[in-house]
Design a protein around this ligand. Structure first.
Ligand code: J2J
Length: 523
């Protein structure tokens, strides 16, 4: 499957016309016996990763999986799934990266959309048996090959291994992987990333995080997600010759224990998980002195949480903004702390062209907010098989992120929230992040999310979900009067306030705005 045309970028510094098959061979040669990846049960060297991914090509082909076909890969954070991933890369067979939280309906939908040949998943994870998914796939699309594996891939390993497989038919601008879009509305869209663009993405993210052979990167979130996979994630760490530690459960206690036991130097977390790890650090003792950098991404990082992370973890915070569609931006490790608290930094590639546009598609004057759009080496210009998605791209090939942002004179980007989240209250515009920041300045408030809800009179009104710190409480009147005392104008004071104890989250752990919207409108 041909991917995006990369010709115009061939002279960009750091860009290589290379495939993952060639890359894993190169790693085997350079880093040989060094530990590449460790999971909860085993470890693999760079040489073994190269060999195993070669052998597995034979195993997968014997199972009937064809070269250059499409496979749904629902992976847990285990080495065997990374080995399979590289085997598929070698075959030119394209894995669709499916989060473990997906269930049969969602998996079948993406498989049907892509005419996928096969499904590969775990036997069990977090008490759920993936046999359910396999059975349903077999019922709905009987011709599909299915394979459930655990760490030893019990059945598959007995299959006779083919002769050494030469992957010379796979080229750098072929599609290597299909990522699922992170949207919380509607069906996820499929994002085709080529070998060379995805490798470049991982390499540039690794450079921005200063990864090297001494780096020990903890993949805390599901490796089916772009952030732990390639930003810099597993692929960026391997590129730099470091070691990857896989967290199996993504729970705060496992994460903190692994940092201590494995001497982790860098990890990436979504803000909600960073907050939970910090709470655990307050009640339990962990030696996390090895940790040099925490990257947070996936959702807006409030300045207050950013400060708390820096103080409690005694490390550098890297504020990252990423998209599965491509664009990744982040602060640099030596940026002033004030920048990290406020900005998501700068694009990781010199070839990234970012612009801020208004509703008519015109560039806004300097310093004003609008929609962030991007064109560049590793950002897609089309979704897979989705011609009706043209609204997500401009006529001149820019991807519309749907995020509201401003670019400062230093070139830093500040992401304010989703375009759709802006509240239009009888014509007055309210940016939820502004009210969230004021609410977080109240001592009693631990976490808050402000959303728009429909209103017959005003068009839209604002609703603030508020979680208090343990032992704290305020009633609606007290909150409103405290905001007024802070000088917040009347129309920006939340029209509705809902107290919440536990946040609904999406499959990757971001706060689920749609569920909050439903909750707010039931009232
Ligand atoms: C505000 N919103 C943010 C941030 C992402 C690397 C790779 C992928 C992702 C990712 C990632 C944000 N502040 N710092 O986060 O670090 C929201 C935006 C964006 C959408 C993309 C990373 N970082 N977002 O999150 O495709 O709304 O990729 O458009 O899942 O997450 O989501 P997704």
């Amino acid at each position: 499957m041909k991917g995006k045309n990369l010709e115009e970028y061939c002279n960009v510094a750091g860009f290589e016309e290379i495939t993952f098959g060639e890359l894993v061979n190169r790693w085997g040669d350079i880093y040989g016996n060094k530990i590449a990846i460790k999971d909860k049960d085993e470890e693999v060297t760079y040489w073994e990763l190269m060999k195993k991914s070669q052998e597995l090509v034979g195993v997968l082909k014997n199972l009937g999986i064809r070269e250059k076909s499409i496979v749904a890969l629902q992976c847990t954070n285990r080495i065997c799934f990374i080995e399979i991933l590289f085997a598929l890369f070698r075959m030119g067979t394209v894995p669709i990266m499916v989060l473990p939280a997906y269930r049969e309906q969602e998996v079948i939908k993406v498989m049907q959309k892509t005419n996928a040949d096969a499904y590969i998943g775990p036997i069990e994870y977090m008490g759920y048996s993936y046999k359910n998914i396999e059975t349903e796939i077999k019922r709905v699309i009987p011709e599909v090959i299915t394979l459930l594996i655990d760490k030893n891939f019990t059945d598959a390993e007995n299959l006779i291994v083919d002769e050494y497989f030469d992957d010379k038919n796979v080229v750098y601008d072929d599609v290597a992987i299909l990522l699922l879009s992170g949207g919380t509305t509607g069906e996820p869209k499929l994002i085709p990333r080529t070998h060379a663009d995805y490798i470049y993405n991982a390499k540039m993210a690794a450079e921005r995080s200063c990864l090297d052979q001494q780096s020990v990167y903890l993949a805390a979130l599901s490796i089916a997600h772009n952030m732990p996979l390639a930003c810099p994630g597993i692929l960026g760490t391997l590129y730099a010759g470091g070691t990857v530690i896989l967290s199996y459960y993504s729970s705060p206690d496992e994460i903190m224990e692994l940092i201590e036991e494995e001497g982790v130097t860098i990890t990436g977390l979504v803000p909600t998980l960073a907050q939970l790890c910090m709470e655990l650090l307050e009640i339990d003792e962990f030696d996390i002195s090895s940790l040099k950098v925490i990257i947070t991404g996936g959702a807006r990082l409030e300045a207050k949480l950013a400060e708390d992370i820096i103080r409690n973890f005694h490390c550098i915070l890297q504020n990252q903004f990423g998209t599965a569609e491509g664009l990744v931006m982040s602060t640099s490790l030596n940026d002033p702390v004030e920048w990290t608290l406020k900005y998501q930094g700068k694009p990781i590639s010199e070839a990234d062209r970012i612009r801020i546009i208004d509703e008519e598609g015109k560039d806004v004057p300097e310093g004003q907010s609008g929609e962030l759009i991007v064109r560049g080496l590793y950002t897609i210009e089309n979704y897979y098989n989705e011609p009706q998605c043209n609204t997500k791209f401009t006529d001149d090939g820019y991807y519309r992120t749907g995020d509201r942002a401003v670019i400062t004179i230093d070139g830093n980007v500040r992401v304010l929230g989703r375009m759709k989240e802006q509240i239009n209250r009888a014509g007055e515009k309210i940016q939820p992040s502004e009210i969230e920041e004021s609410l977080l300045e109240l001592r009693e408030v631990q976490q808050t999310v402000v959303i728009a809800i429909d209103d017959p009179l005003l068009g839209q009104k604002s609703c603030a979900f508020v979680q208090f710190r343990p032992g704290c409480n305020l009633d609606e009147k007290e909150i409103c009067s405290k905001l007024q005392q802070k000088g917040i104008v009347r129309y920006k004071i939340p029209d509705q306030i809902e107290v919440i104890e536990e946040w609904p989250v999406t499959k990757i752990g971001k706060i689920d705005i749609n569920t909050l919207k439903r909750k707010a409108s039931i009232k």
